[in-house]
Write a protein that binds this ligand. Structure first.
Ligand code: C2O
Ligand code: CU
Length: 498
């Protein structure tokens, strides 16, 4: 085993991982920041809010003047935002009007297994599909045709969740074409805090793409109809990266803000790109960002950061006080790990004064203490490239993904420590559970590891321990690398709560 074999590295180098656009890139900071529409329930009853989403092909004007084919929830990218209350069930009926099967996963949701978007629980296209690859189906898969009702009890604290496609081997291309949206959970605990709200609360979904001359988003993969494309190289060491940074589907947008505190719900929905966010100019008088929440909601207390690394699928809930800048200032959200066109993300223009009505309390929430002494079991999983010559690109514990293999069976309600070791960067996501980072590189958790998380970024050669209570529901769930190309190339496994 060891690092990705020379063959993989050679292939990736030959095909190029950073895709560049074949069209001239527009000037940045021209397009106003779009906010995804909030989806209205089609019905509400005492038990649940009912929603309907159609997954369909559409065309979007992402770069000004260019028509880009997408796959969209409701035909939009990002999909519409769903807003829910803690403890109130949301039932989302998805109708698949695409030409390929889909699977919907609510990322960060504490969801019963039959609605979690298990990777082989396909929704076949409503218009029919010739299932030439039915052999890949898992005998336990629950396949539906056309529609499926996903039931989300949402017995969980307020948090920025998101939903996206999760089909086995094809998550990367499907999400890349646009199948991703926010699902925000709110609750009374958070409502009681004087945090910025209303138009001072902005969901920011960050992705990167490259555009072909015909307007399509470049994705170097097997094609969408499952046919084999001769000559297409599949393994990518870095995953698919583009040269255009989109926020809520717009290239390097600009948002006008008042000189007041704003809450930014930042989601990295990129297939593979990590960002290291910073503000330019930095605000006078202290760090740019006050982190109030992580993947799974509020921290116990706010933390200040002057920059913020964010890996695929992670969320950070931040407050930025634009009141520290003079009116008229243009503040750029930078990506310190990018270069050229990927070195910046978006811009804020501090357009006017505003009455400040928020502040950040010193105590935000109370988190259940979890410590090593509560854990009955410690498990270890390695995340590594396949040895050269193996047909799969990426492995967990030396094995590529199989729906029929269960690698861990925690008993419902038990606390366990899971130790992860990595060859390269891998953002590791566990379905169902909320975990805390217990150690990183043999030391205390890092400055960005606070709070309850569902995705943790491993760095090359580093071991990370997380601790979680495996409660909620019995059943089969996945855990995997959230670099979508690594995931599709085998870096996924199952656990089952008993
Ligand atoms: Cu965001 Cu298993 O996924
Ligand atoms: Cu990975």
């Amino acid at each position: 085993a060891g690092l990705a074999g020379p063959r993989l590295l050679g292939r990736a180098a030959a095909t190029g991982e950073l895709l560049t656009s074949e069209v001239p890139l527009p000037a940045p900071f021209q397009v106003p920041l779009p906010l995804p529409a909030v989806l209205r329930p089609v019905a509400r009853d005492s038990g649940a809010d009912h929603y309907e989403i159609v997954q369909r092909p559409a065309t979007a004007e992402i770069l000004p003047g260019l028509r880009t084919p997408i796959w969209g929830y409701q035909g939009t990218f990002p999909g519409p935002t769903i807003e829910s209350r803690r403890g109130r069930t949301a039932i989302v009926r998805h109708r698949n009007e695409l030409l390929v099967p889909t699977v919907v996963h609510l990322h960060g949701g504490r969801t019963p297994p039959e609605s979690d978007g298990y990777t082989t629980d396909l929704v076949l296209p409503a218009g029919g599909w010739r299932a030439t690859h039915s052999g890949m189906l898992d005998p336990d898969a629950k396949v539906t045709r056309g529609v499926r009702d996903y039931v989300y009890p949402l017995r969980q604290r307020a948090a920025t969740l998101w939903y996206h496609d999760h089909r086995m081997d094809f998550t990367g291309p499907a999400v890349h074409r646009g199948l991703a949206g926010f699902h925000i959970v709110r609750d009374a605990e958070e409502d009681a805090l004087p945090l910025p709200r209303g138009e001072r609360e902005l969901p920011l979904m960050i992705t990167d793409r490259a555009f072909a001359a015909d307007g399509s988003m470049r994705y170097p993969s097997r094609d969408s109809t499952l046919s084999t494309v001769p000559g297409v190289e599949e393994p990518y060491v870095a995953g698919v990266l583009g040269d255009v940074v989109l926020v809520n589907g717009a290239p390097w947008p600009i948002a006008e803000v008042s000189a007041t505190r704003h809450r930014l719900r930042v989601l990295n929905a990129s297939n593979a790109r990590r960002y290291d966010l910073a503000l330019d100019p930095p605000p006078p008088g202290g760090p740019a960002f006050t982190q109030i929440g992580s993947d799974q909601g509020l921290l116990d207390a706010p933390r200040a950061h002057d920059h913020l690394p964010i890996a695929p699928a992670e969320r950070y809930d931040l407050v930025v006080d634009f009141g520290r800048y003079p009116v008229g200032t243009e503040v750029t959200l930078l990506n310190r790990t990018g270069s050229g066109s990927t070195a910046y993300v978006m811009r804020f223009r501090v357009a006017r004064r505003g009455a400040e009505d928020s502040h950040i309390p010193d105590r935000l929430s109370v988190l259940e203490p979890l410590n090593r002494t509560q854990a009955g079991v410690t498990r270890e999983f390695s995340f590594r490239g396949a040895p050269s010559g193996d047909g799969h690109g990426w492995l967990i514990g030396g094995q590529p993904y199989s729906p029929s293999r269960i690698d861990a069976r925690p008993r419902l309600g038990d606390v366990e420590v899971w130790r992860f070791v990595a060859d390269l960067h891998h953002p590791i996501h566990l379905h169902l559970v909320q975990f805390r980072v217990l150690s990183r590189g043999g030391r205390e958790p890092g400055p960005f590891d606070a709070g309850l998380k569902d995705t943790v970024d491993l760095r090359p050669g580093e071991a990370v321990e997380v601790i979680a209570r495996f409660d909620g529901y019995r059943g089969r769930y996945m855990f995997h690398c959230h670099n979508a190309e690594h995931e599709d190339m085998g870096m996924m496994a199952n656990f089952e709560t008993l």
